[in-house]
Design a binder for this molecule. Structure first.
Ligand code: PLP
Length: 406
């Protein structure tokens, strides 16, 4: 089945507006995705008809919403094929999810001289928490190198892993280049060495089927707002064994079993990692977003986004002086590029004035930019609601940029 893009676009109210008197072309989906009306309606419905703090009340509204929150957890569980719903923890987003694991896992298992492996392709959110842990525990951060196409060098990774390695944490898809990493092999190699792996799924969850059991990852994390859901909600999937063993990160209400002034015992999973009032409205909104894309069909989304990627790659490549940054064999619908002798910010500002939202800069991946010897890129990241006509408009805008600065 192919997607009816014009019909789908009507589901996203924001897409029908104009900016600078031009139809909005939204190519900044890597930063955040737009929300379909069903998600917005769901949130309004909760606030206008169902709102009540969950898990604490015996009254009707509280019990009803607690059930809806737990049902949302089950939707996420099925979406990523987690074995159990208590292995799905709600957080505020990928950043909080990684910080939680870096802190909790690090507290328990990382000591002086130990090593943690990440890759050159990481977003700051998957660098800084590990760096802080290494500083606290006097451990060493090791970084897997990449080739010129922006692909992880598996041979080098294999050589780096050692009895000192305590955890590997890599992204599934690079936000800056769109590279899809061979995380299955990365996990296999780590497991041969009894090392657990965290997968940062912030840029993969929206672009294809994720099956945490098939990947056999130990942790998988993502943000709701990048998969057409609300802001302020994210997920940690963690294998029960690890989540039971590591201490909580945030402490306070809800995550306790019993508190005395002398000692506190912790609640069972998943509540041990959900201190305080969770963003239950956004959790339910996330479940609605997941159901929305499931109705479209993930395989249809993958096929259409591939079509957009191929079309855009071919059109952009034909522009003189344009260099695509990140040419991995396996990519999602994200294209980073630079224009000869034109600063990405200058280009981005002109493109913006034509109503086209692209992102410019280092994309929170400064070490990657340093590795590539560039200051930044212009990044167009496509979603299933984008069209080839919009890509044509981007190419026209780039020609204007070239005329202005060339
Ligand atoms: N990891 C990757 C690969 C990302 O692309 C992002 C955001 O762009 C993050 C982590 C951080 O996500 P958030 O800001 O939603 O916490």
């Amino acid at each position: 089945m192919s997607l009816d893009i014009q019909k789908i676009r009507k589901d996203f109210p924001i897409l029908s507006q104009q900016v600078y008197k031009k139809p909005l072309i939204y190519f900044d989906n890597g930063a955040t995705t737009q929300k379909p009306r069903v998600v917005l309606d769901e949130e309004i419905k909760i606030y206008t008809q169902e709102n009540s703090n969950i898990h604490r009340g015996v009254h009707f509204l509280s019990e009803q919403l607690t059930q809806r929150y737990e049902d949302a957890r089950k939707v996420v569980q099925k979406f990523i094929n987690a074995p159990n719903d208590h292995e799905v923890i709600f957080t505020s987003g990928t950043t909080e999810s990684i910080n939680t694991i870096a802190f909790s896992f690090g507290e328990k298992y990382v000591y002086e001289g130990d090593e943690i492996i990440i890759s050159t392709l990481e977003h700051h959110a998957n660098i800084v928490p590990w760096q802080m842990l290494c500083e606290r525990k006097k451990a060493v951060l090791k970084v897997i190198p990449i080739n010129e196409k922006g692909e992880i060098l598996l041979d080098e990774y294999e050589k780096m892993i050692s009895p000192k390695t305590k955890i590997v944490s890599v992204n599934h898809v690079s936000n800056a280049l769109g590279t899809v990493n061979d995380v299955k092999s990365i996990i296999e190699i780590a497991h041969q060495n009894n090392v657990p792996v965290l997968i940062d799924g912030a840029q993969s969850i929206q672009h294809g089927k994720v099956d945490v059991q098939e990947l056999d990852c130990d942790f998988y994390v993502f943000s709701g707002h990048k998969v057409y859901g609300p802001n302020g909600i994210g997920v940690i999937y963690g294998k029960e064994k690890w989540l039971n063993e590591i201490p909580p990160f945030m402490t306070g209400g809800e995550m306790i079993k019993k508190v005395t002034f002398e000692k506190t015992t912790f609640n069972e999973l998943p509540f041990k990692f959900e201190a305080g009032t969770p963003n239950y409205v956004a959790a339910i909104g996330l479940a609605t977003a997941i159901e929305y894309i499931q109705q479209l069909g993930l395989e249809n989304i993958v096929a259409y986004e591939k079509e957009l990627l191929d079309y855009a790659t071919q059109k952009l490549e034909s522009i003189e002086g344009l260099k695509i940054i990140g040419t991995a064999e396996n990519k999602v619908s994200v294209i980073s590029f630079n224009l000869e002798n034109i600063h990405p910010y200058d280009a981005g500002m002109v493109i913006d004035k034509m109503g086209i939202a692209v992102r410019t800069g280092h994309h929170c991946a400064e070490p990657l930019m340093q590795r590539l010897n560039i200051e930044g890129t212009i990044r167009a990241s496509f979603s299933f609601y984008n069209t080839k006509e919009e890509i044509d408009k981007l190419c026209e805008a780039i020609m204007t940029v070239k005329q202005m600065f060339g």
